[in-house]
Design a protein around this ligand. Structure first.
Ligand code: TXA
Ligand code: MG
Length: 340
């Protein structure tokens, strides 16, 4: 592994004007030191649409600009996830975070008790928030957190906006608590790793859903008892079995109102046409058959076609490889028959 050029500190630096081609050609992850120059470098890579792994108090996160569809698609590609799990968006300060969510009284109670810290809140997304639809996998909610780790905060402050970051490991592997774990798991799939030493908490953040009454979605760094004390009443705990029997709650998948017809090789009259490749259609996921671009467009295009009020959205076949597996997974969920 090589050390990243820490002279790369702002968007006007000559190297950074070419940052996309510069960092995408690397063959091994660059280790960036935990210095002011290193934080600036990390922020510059994020601004250029790159992926940066950085330490938080819980585990290392694999970060991308949450407002950049393609950068977010690259997170899923790097992790090799077979589906689009929604991601947590990290912020440096509460004022910026609040611009993207519908803030509630319970959010205020939990935030003042535990932020910055290992707690994630799922809130309703502001309709006009520029955060990529892919971040929340098309849902109208968004998971947000203010991490406590000084290095994470420094990068986030320098970057200025929200950073989407799942744990920085390949899908199915354990969460990384050291820079070397990230390098071993993701290799050159990540553009840079900010080495801030080992993480203190070592387990992921606690996730509380606040769309309805408070719901503990994932146990973690902050305990259920602590949360109940802060709120003044016990929380509902989502058990895995319940999640299956009550899919309407928080982990429901985005589904358009229109029926979805998959693997459409021709169009029927009146259908809304979602293409892939060189086809005549209403919206194209990627005319050049680029799966990263297709993933970046997926939820946004579905929302836009659905908003036209037609009864059927027909979708071109998508190859079952790489990110195409996650795209097909979500499309087949969107196409599945629904209750009610
Ligand atoms: O400690 C952590 O939370 C670490 C560090 C990097 O911040 N991140 C992390 O991310 O564990 P990840 O992607 O491994 O887990 C995110 C969890 C997933 O289980 C996902 O389903 C849930 O958050 N989630 C995200 N957005 C959601 C939403 N809108 N509704 C319900 N659950 C959501
Ligand atoms: Mg994870």
């Amino acid at each position: 592994m090589e050390t990243f050029d820490t002279t790369l500190t702002n968007a006007t630096h000559p190297i950074n004007q070419n940052a996309a081609s510069y960092f995408m050609n690397t063959t091994s992850p660059r280790i960036v030191p935990d210095t002011m120059a290193g934080h600036a470098t990390a922020a510059a890579i994020l601004r250029s649409g790159g992926l940066v792994a950085f330490p938080t108090e819980t585990v290392y996160g694999l970060g991308a600009d949450a407002c950049d569809d393609r950068a977010v698609a690259r997170i899923y590609e790097a992790k090799g996830r077979p589906s689009f799990n929604p991601l947590i968006v990290h912020f440096a300060d509460l004022d910026t975070l609040k611009q993207h969510v519908v803030w509630t009284e319970e959010a205020e109670m939990l935030a003042s008790a535990y932020w910055p810290g290992p707690l994630t809140l799922v809130l309703r997304k502001q309709p006009h928030s520029p955060i990529s639809a892919l971040v929340s996998a098309g849902l109208e909610s968004i998971a947000v957190r203010l991490p406590a780790h000084d290095t994470a905060r420094a990068i986030l402050r320098e970057f200025g906006g929200g950073v989407a970051a799942p744990s920085a490991n390949r899908s199915g592997q354990i969460s990384p608590t050291q820079a070397q774990h990230v390098a071993d798991s993701l290799g050159a799939r990540v553009d840079a790793i900010l080495d801030g030493g080992p993480c203190k908490v070592g387990v992921e953040s606690t996730i509380v859903g606040l769309l309805d009454k408070p719901l503990l979605l994932r146990p973690g760094g902050i305990t259920e008892e602590d949360l109940a004390r802060t709120l003044g009443h016990p929380l509902t705990v989502r058990h895995k079995a319940e999640a299956i029997s009550a899919p309407g709650q928080l982990m429901s998948h985005y589904a358009p109102v229109a029926r979805v017809r998959l693997n459409a090789t021709d169009w029927e009259p009146g259908e809304l046409r979602l293409g892939f490749g060189d086809v005549d259609c209403d919206l194209n996921l990627s005319a050049s058959e680029d799966l990263v671009e297709a993933a970046a467009h997926l939820f946004d295009h579905l929302h836009r076609l659905d908003a036209q009020g037609g009864s059927v959205i027909a979708v071109s076949p998508i190859p079952h490889e790489g990110l195409g597996i996650a795209i097909n997974d979500r499309l087949s969920r969107a196409a599945a028959p629904r209750e009610g």
